[in-house]
Design a protein around this ligand. Structure first.
Ligand code: ATP
Ligand code: MG
Length: 442
């Protein structure tokens, strides 16, 4: 019989387990906490959207739309795309649900995205982002709010060191159009050195040549006309208000006049948090103002600003997994139904106090302790039966003793004794107390 081949994962996808998964979950949990501090509401959105949501809002000339989308025809003949980014789907949801009535809206979302790219470190075909947007806010204070939140998030993740906020303005429509015209004429004069991709961009979106990673384009892009020479008074006031807000909030930034975002709909503020610790995949968080997007989707002109960050890239930068919860194991020392049911009640009580806990009652007593130690739990609670039928339990710090206080555990045990045995802490009789073991009976 022919050997059955095990199916392989799709290229550029990851199975996450153990520390990789814990790091990932820590990024999401930190984001969920921080976005609430700033009053951003959560969203759950479809992973599939009509292809037009992305082609109309991102622009046909973008890498994402022209080369990276996972699009397919479904059984009904409709063209569907696995979302390659969040913003366009959020804008679609804003319009189709009539959320204009709630504007300005502060929204956040996280989840998987799909792009057909060449997989490498920090670049996958299924990857994940956290994303925050403010829709219906035209004032620079909204840009500042998002950047202050991003800055706090990176600090709370402990990865702000070596990560710089690079900031630019793309001006308002008038400034951007004037700059664009100057870029077209400049790049036309240098057609001979431009890469083939950039020659195509010259027709469709010349700004994106500035963003090109092709070495042929780098030199000519570097010397290209700068936005500052084309900024209207209004656009420069806007940018000044953003930078003043950041300075007031103590958020460090540097100007990068060549920074453009890969997507067509950006106006005014554009930014990236960049590190050199991830090789070529150095952008961890990027975003800006996209006042033109909702109009592109057939809505009324709606100012909006937002950012997205790759969860995998943030997770790779974490130095530790974040402070883990203290954990306890209850070792039932001898086999008895009575002890097991006491252990069950203790376990429930301890979990209710927010401390992870589990019972170990399999194998011989030595094996039970070995297992508790191997699990690396912070506390081992031992449960034993006294000769008179009462029981005793002990609290031992594990050999891996990571924490000094027993706070949460003490609370759990006090409540447990009170609820189950009707004894208040003052009624406790310490049978023996030494060597880190506290024995109590009732
Ligand atoms: P890059 O220049 O690295 O391709 P991008 O400009 O395409 O980034 P955005 O569309 O702005 O990226 O997405 C925001 C963030 O999402 C990026 O800064 C990065 O952290 C993450 N990201 C984008 N594409 C991928 C991918 N294929 N794999 C992992 N993370 C990604
Ligand atoms: Mg990309």
């Amino acid at each position: 019989m022919a050997k059955i081949q095990t199916p392989q994962p799709v290229r550029g996808t990851q199975d996450m387990f153990g520390e990789t998964e814990e790091r990932f979950a820590h990024v999401v949990a930190t984001f969920e906490r921080v976005r609430r501090l700033y009053g951003f509401k959560g969203l759950q959105l479809p992973v599939i959207e009509p292809t037009a949501v992305f082609s109309r809002s991102l622009g046909e000339a973008t890498d994402v739309v022209s080369k990276e989308m996972y699009s397919f025809e479904d059984r009904g003949g409709d063209s569907i795309t696995l979302r390659p980014e969040f913003t366009a789907g959020i804008a679609r949801a804003y319009l189709t649900n009539g959320w204009q009535q709630y504007a300005p809206m502060k929204l956040s979302v996280h989840g998987p995205l799909f792009r057909y790219e060449r997989p490498q470190k920090g670049r996958y075909r299924q990857f994940h982002q956290i994303d925050a947007e403010i829709i219906g806010a035209a004032e620079p204070a909204a840009d500042v709010e998002l950047l202050v939140m991003a800055d706090q998030l990176l600090k709370e993740l402990g990865i702000d060191d070596g990560v710089t906020l690079q900031l630019n303005t793309l001006g308002d429509t008038q400034s951007r159009d004037a700059w664009r015209a100057a870029l077209v004429s400049y790049f036309n004069d240098h057609r001979d050195v431009l890469s083939e991709d950039s020659l195509a961009r010259l027709e469709k979106n010349p700004l994106r040549i500035l963003d090109s990673k092709d070495p042929d384009d780098r030199g000519v892009a570097y010397a290209a006309p700068k936005i500052d020479d084309f900024l209207s008074a209004e656009a420069s006031d806007f940018f000044a208000a953003v930078t003043a807000g950041l300075d007031a909030a103590g958020v460090a930034w540097t100007r990068n006049a060549a920074l453009v975002r890969g997507l067509d709909y950006y106006r005014h503020t554009a930014f990236e948090f960049v590190t050199d610790r991830l090789g070529a995949q150095g952008t961890v968080l990027g975003g800006g103002r996209y006042d033109g997007l909702i109009e592109n989707l057939g809505g009324l002109a709606t100012p909006a600003v937002g950012w997205a960050a790759g969860i995998e890239r943030l997770a790779m930068l974490l130095n530790g997994v974040g402070k883990p919860l203290r954990t306890a194991s209850i070792v039932v020392e001898i086999d008895s139904d009575k002890l097991f049911s006491v252990a069950k009640q203790m376990e429930k009580r301890i979990r209710k106090e927010g401390m992870p806990c589990g019972i170990i009652s399999e194998g011989n007593p030595k094996k039970r302790f070995d297992r508790a130690k191997k699990l690396g739990t912070d506390y081992i609670l031992t449960l034993n039966e006294n000769a008179d039928g009462s029981f005793a339990f002990g609290v031992k710090r594990n050999v891996l003793d990571r924490y000094k206080t027993t706070g949460r555990l003490n609370v759990a045990l006090k409540f447990y004794l009170r609820d189950v045995f009707g004894v208040s802490p003052t009624d406790w009789r310490v049978v023996s107390h030494g060597g880190g073991t506290l024995k109590l009976d009732k």
